[in-house]
Design a protein around this ligand. Structure first.
Ligand SMILES: Cc1cc2nc3c(=O)[nH]c(=O)nc-3n(C[C@H](O)[C@H](O)[C@H](O)COP(=O)(O)O)c2cc1C
Length: 423
């Protein structure tokens, strides 16, 4: 009887992969280093193109954010952000740089994909998304995962790209209905997605459910999708995501007919993950009561986070002139509206609080919104605790291999390492 995830392989075109995909985690939490480990070990890693200009500024010393901030400085105090547009050349340049620098270091038989959240509407949804996807393809990315806010027309935007039929394209859905709509809308392209990530309600990041998320269950949705695909004669790998914490959890989804799993939360406490080390410790420490699903993301999707996230309730002035990734096609963002309402209610106050929405660009950029999956409170059981109460960081290889080889719902602890002096 098959009992470990390594007994399975995920076929994707000519590729035979270890069926572990590390999910995209925006703003550079799923870093290049993390994606490289997954590819080296024969699985799939993700980088993310969320706020890519900030990412290249930080990693490669570009000055994209400063340039945008300077260009729109005149608009900072204005409620109307419709003039604040992205320079598409800069956007292309930053995306190509992020992807090229990642792909140049890739080793192993695995693949590296880029997570493109379509809710990053960037004050010109179609134009910016087309540039983001095309430049990632130009720069040699193995595949694109269309996430958060799935537009039915996204694949059409790159249909004329030379790599359209060669690169892998996947979608994230949370219901059989969403999948059906997408396939129907794209049938004219004569090109189905190469994989479908089915994300359930226990995932980190934005949820594809309402505040009634607890009434849904990943196993049921995966089973429905697998059965529907079978009935339709569709052969697209289904990848289950959200709350898969052990190798045995993963095997249970393989037995339901999934071809692989997408996992993220367990990698947030690895050395390769892009979160600052002190925040990794916050992830380790969080208890079940410390997590919540709230509605403060301006995208309109519920999001799961650690309640102590500094970005919750903060009333910082919107930074759309520098960032502006969530401005919709009319230059609006729900945080800008909430902020201005509070500002009008509290004239002259130095520091206001905005409770119903958060400035997600600023706070994700600064790692002040600590999003995590529902099983985040179990991270403390995946490592060793030092006498001072901090935890030993893991290697991504250790976590990857634990998913690959563990049995009986166990989680392997890492080899003990001496406490770092700075901890
Ligand atoms: C810190 C964090 C950030 C995330 N950011 C994104 C993102 O930018 N885009 C996306 O599609 N999914 C995002 N996710 C969801 C993951 O890619 C993944 O599908 C999900 O978290 C898997 O569930 P698990 O965390 O329980 O393993 C994020 C998850 C976490 C934990």
């Amino acid at each position: 009887m098959k009992r470990q995830l390594d007994d399975y392989r995920m076929r994707m075109g000519a590729h035979e992969l270890v069926p572990i995909m590390i999910g995209g985690m925006g703003v550079d939490i799923s870093s290049t280093d993390l994606a490289l480990v997954a590819a080296r070990l024969g699985g799939v890693g993700h980088i993310s193109d969320a706020m890519v200009k900030t990412v290249t500024d930080r990693r490669y010393k570009t000055k994209f954010v400063k340039a945008k901030q300077k260009q729109y400085q005149y608009n900072v105090a204005s409620e109307d952000k419709s003039a604040v547009k992205f320079d598409l050349e800069h956007l292309a340049e930053a995306t190509r740089m992020h992807v090229e620098k990642t792909m140049a270091r890739k080793t192993g038989n695995g693949l590296i994909f880029i997570n493109c959240m379509e809710k990053l509407t960037m004050n010109a949804p179609k134009e910016t998304l087309k540039v983001r996807m095309s430049s990632a393809l130009d720069a040699g990315i193995d595949g694109i995962t269309l996430a958060a806010g799935l537009h039915l027309g996204s694949m059409t935007l790159i249909a004329d790209h030379p790599r359209f039929r060669e690169a892998k394209i996947g979608i994230i859905v949370s219901s059989v209905r969403a999948l059906q709509l997408f396939l129907k809308k794209n049938s004219r392209l004569d090109r189905n997605p190469d994989y479908v990530v089915v994300e359930g309600p226990l995932a980190g990041g934005h949820l594809g459910f309402g505040m009634d998320w607890a009434e849904y269950d990943l196993a049921t949705i995966v089973s429905e999708i697998v059965a529907w695909m079978k009935a339709e004669g569709l052969d697209i790998p289904v990848i289950a995501a959200g709350g898969i914490f052990t190798g045995s959890d993963a095997v249970r989804f393989m037995e339901l007919g999934a071809s692989g799993v997408q996992v993220a939360t367990r990698f947030t406490v690895t050395k390769e993950c892009g979160l600052p080390d002190d925040i990794k410790q916050e992830y380790f420490k969080a208890n079940e009561d410390d997590l919540e699903v709230n509605e403060i993301s301006p995208t309109g999707y519920p999001m799961r986070m650690i309640k102590a996230s500094p970005g919750i309730g903060d009333g910082i002035r919107p930074n759309c002139e520098a960032y502006g990734y969530l401005l919709d096609a009319n230059g609006k963002c729900a945080y800008v509206t909430s902020y201005n309402r509070e500002l009008a209610l509290h004239p002259g106050e130095k520091r206001i609080s905005v409770k119903d929405k958060t400035c997600l660009c600023t706070h994700m950029r600064n790692f002040d919104v600590w999003t995590v999956g529902q099983n985040g409170w179990r991270l403390k059981d995946t490592s060793r605790r030092y006498p001072d109460g901090t935890y030993q960081l893991l290697t991504a290889e250790h976590v990857f291999k634990d998913y690959q080889f563990s049995t009986d719902d166990t989680v392997a602890l890492p080899e003990p390492e001496p406490e770092p002096e700075t901890a």
